[in-house]
Ligand binder design. Sequence first.
Ligand code: B12
Length: 210
Amino acid sequence: MESKLISAVEAIDEKKALAVLRAELEAGKDKRELSNQLNFALQRVAARYEEGEYYIADLIMAGELVANILKILGIDAGSATSMKRLGKVVVGTVFDDIHDVGKNIFISMLRAEGFEVIDLGTDVSTEKFIRVIKQERPDILGISGILTSVVDNIKEVIDAITNEGLREPLKIILGGALAGGDYSKYVGADAYSSDAIEGLNICKHWMIDE
Ligand code: B12
């Protein structure tokens, strides 16, 4: 996939990225298509980091740039959906995992679409998940896990939620670069996505259609 927006975000060129974005929006380009391109650009930024070309600061800057663009896309999408409160979502990266670039993108997208989001940060313990779910009674819990080694940690969190009697009517969505969809059944979640946009659509479907 190639586009001016992808190139500008990949180069972490904010000025250019915002100019391209403005032009694309004026030309009537679909908001979803643009968000899709952002995802793709971020994967490229991550690849450059792995190749030693970018530093962690670059990743963070790219994450912030994408969050800014998403905010603009949210505003431009119009008032109705962004003003209406769609539902409450608690999101955190599970314990032993400190990756948060992807989680933060998912959160920005949720907020831009009108969800209320409580961000628990990274390395979140089972106890903290339970405490906040009891306090906040969210509609949806989003758990991020990037390392393949944290699958059983996620299972521990969801088992504890079930044992505390908090599993229903809570919807649980997992995300991150974990081993694929199959494990979502194993840990007892309702859905899994390795793509923040798809994850957002699943959450919207739960709140609007069910
Ligand atoms: C940046 C990075 C780091 C940074 C993290 C900084 C930060 N603040 O996040 C630092 C340097 C700290 C780091 C540390 C480590 N890392 Co690291 N890291 C990466 C790297 C290069 C990029 C990750 C990233 O940000 N990707 C970009 C985002 C946009 O993608 P994403 O996270 O997948 O998120 C998307 C989706 O998954 C989804 N999403 C994410 N969360 C959620 C949640 C929900 C609910 C939903 C619906 C969707 C969703 O939305 C996003 C957009 O679509 C990856 C390699 C790579 N190319 O991905 C390795 C990688 C993830 N790291 C890896 C490893 C091994 C480690 C370390 C163990 C290294 C070490 N030996 O110390 C430590 C672990 C520390 C820990 N305890 O967590 C491995 C994991 C291997 C594995 N299979 O488990 C990878 C794959 C590198 C590799 N090829 O080996 N890392």
